[in-house]
Design a protein around this ligand. Sequence first.
Ligand code: NI
Length: 171
Amino acid sequence: MTIRKILAYPDPVLRVPAVPVTKFNEDLSQLVVDMAETMYDAPGIGLAAPQIGESIQLILVDVSREEDEQKFMVMINPEIIEHEGKQDDEEGCLSVLELTAMVQRYQKVTVRYQDIAGKEQELNAEDRFAVVLQHEIDHLNGVLFIDHLSSLKRSLYKKKVKKMLAADQRG
Ligand code: NI
């Protein structure tokens, strides 16, 4: 088990569209274990493989009901096949430092995916869980939640990141 480094915006790897997973083998299981470790260490409620530099269509979402519990779902090659309604909720991202913002998403989604054994599955989600799924699936398309903000908000954030990076180089 290894805690992997989480890439942060503006790392270009976060913008690379992830390729479908075709091999459901030990390497994939090992990657899932590392991602779970990394997600709970962060801590986060979702993690997409591209965030640790693996540009493949794999996401983990936390489904713990209690605080001290660690229970997650693995979704491979996930795809939103149906959606309904709209909701606004606050989002943050382990790859977008020091920012949370309101984002509009679908209220309900149906996701088709493969499980760790490669078996096809479908899942209906709504409310906060639907938000997390949409956010993580976006990562597989090289999309970050800041892409859903107004261009003004996004450019303010870009300026802030430039300042943070400049301060890092000086320090
Ligand atoms: Ni994220």
